[in-house]
Design a protein around this ligand. Structure first.
Ligand code: FAD
Length: 301
């Protein structure tokens, strides 16, 4: 076949795993002793531990503390092969995936591509907000935050100053709550030392949550405790409120209230990251694959 990715053929069934997140990586490891060739393809060469991403975004950890190269984790596994590439499409009839480095034949295909941020079609929001989904996002947020504080030192105008020092976090799920807590701790413990010339009482942190509680899906007690902890830390939590628009400076809420900020953090939802080539009807709401009881995509048994 023309354009094939150069990779050894072990003469064994080939399992191609797309995506080395928690799901894909765990599967690759568990196939160590199976009579198969395992080929992991990821557009990044590392696995990320996303629960600590907010620490990278707030300069508590360096990126290398939460990522580890696939070759380091699995390099010693004899049946393991890795290719750094993006999978662009699937041809289920030919049993081939098209990738940025060529075509790759498979006997078994595992889709473990995770999710991407969901801006619900709001292009202005996607352009102006900072999401928190990967290391690039976290570094962008860290750099933005520090750069705004440096600029704030030179600003006299009150509104301009607030735009630099204030943060609006959209979404009161785990990521939004963690980010708000981490920013409040920076304000209480780190910035007073690093930016003693700034009046940190001017630094406001808002969490805008569309529903009536934080951490929806967790117990009522946990939601209440999270609210109390954040309020004790001086975070302003706006429940049953939505950010309707954001132009990079003004966030307009559903109530009409406007918040001025140059840093709006989007933690309000994700959507699946499907790969084209499968029948459109296998994709459900939020780009979830329709699967059977053993997690096989329906119609591709
Ligand atoms: C900031 C943050 C904090 C979180 N905190 C927690 C927590 O405290 N507890 C918890 O249980 N969960 C938490 N989660 C959720 C958890 O990280 C996810 O549920 C988990 O990562 C999902 O694993 P996955 O393997 O499905 O996908 P992912 O971890 O998203 O991995 C998908 C992989 O696929 C690759 N990929 C995607 N598309 C392609 C393509 N077309 N070609 C090649 N490669 C591709 C990506 O590069 C990525 O490496 C958090 C998530 C975030 C973002």
């Amino acid at each position: 076949m023309e354009g094939l990715t150069k990779i050894e053929d072990l003469g064994m069934p080939r399992v191609v795993i797309v995506g080395g997140g928690f799901g894909g990586l765990e599967l690759a490891k568990s196939l160590a002793d199976a009579p198969v060739q395992v080929v992991l393809i990821d557009k990044q060469n590392y696995h990320g531990f996303w629960p600590l991403l907010y620490q990278v975004a707030t300069a508590g950890l360096n990126p290398d503390s939460i990522v580890s190269p696939f070759r380091k984790i699995l390099g010693a596994q004899q049946n393991f092969y890795f290719r750094l590439a993006e999978v662009e499409s699937i041809d289920p009839t030919a049993q081939v995936v098209e990738t940025s480095i060529g075509l790759l034949r498979y006997d078994y295909l595992v889709l473990a591509t995770g999710t991407t941020s969901n801006f619900f079609g709001d292009e202005l929001m996607a352009k102006n907000a900072i999401a928190l989904k990967n290391v690039t996002d976290a570094i962008e947020l860290r750099n933005t935050l520090l750069s705004h504080f440096e600029q704030a030192l030179q600003i006299g105008d009150q509104e301009q100053l607030n735009s630099m020092l204030d943060f609006v976090i959209v979404g009161g799920g785990p990521t939004g709550v963690e980010m708000a807590g981490a920013l409040a701790e920076l304000r209480a413990h780190v910035f007073p030392r690093d930016y003693r010339e700034l009046d940190l009482k001017q630094m406001d942190i808002y969490v805008v949550q569309s529903g009536p509680v934080l951490l929806k899906g967790m117990s009522a007690e946990v939601s209440q405790k999270a609210l109390e902890y954040l309020q004790d830390l001086g975070v302003e939590v706006l429940l049953e409120s939505r950010v309707k628009s954001y132009d990079g400076y003004t966030a307009t809420l559903s109530s009409g209230k406007q918040l001025i900020t140059r840093t709006l953090i989007w933690a309000a939802g994700v959507t699946g990251a499907p790969i084209k080539g499968l029948a459109p009807e296998v994709l459900l709401k939020s780009n979830r694959y329709q699967v059977n009881e053993v997690n096989r995509v329906v119609g591709y048994d």
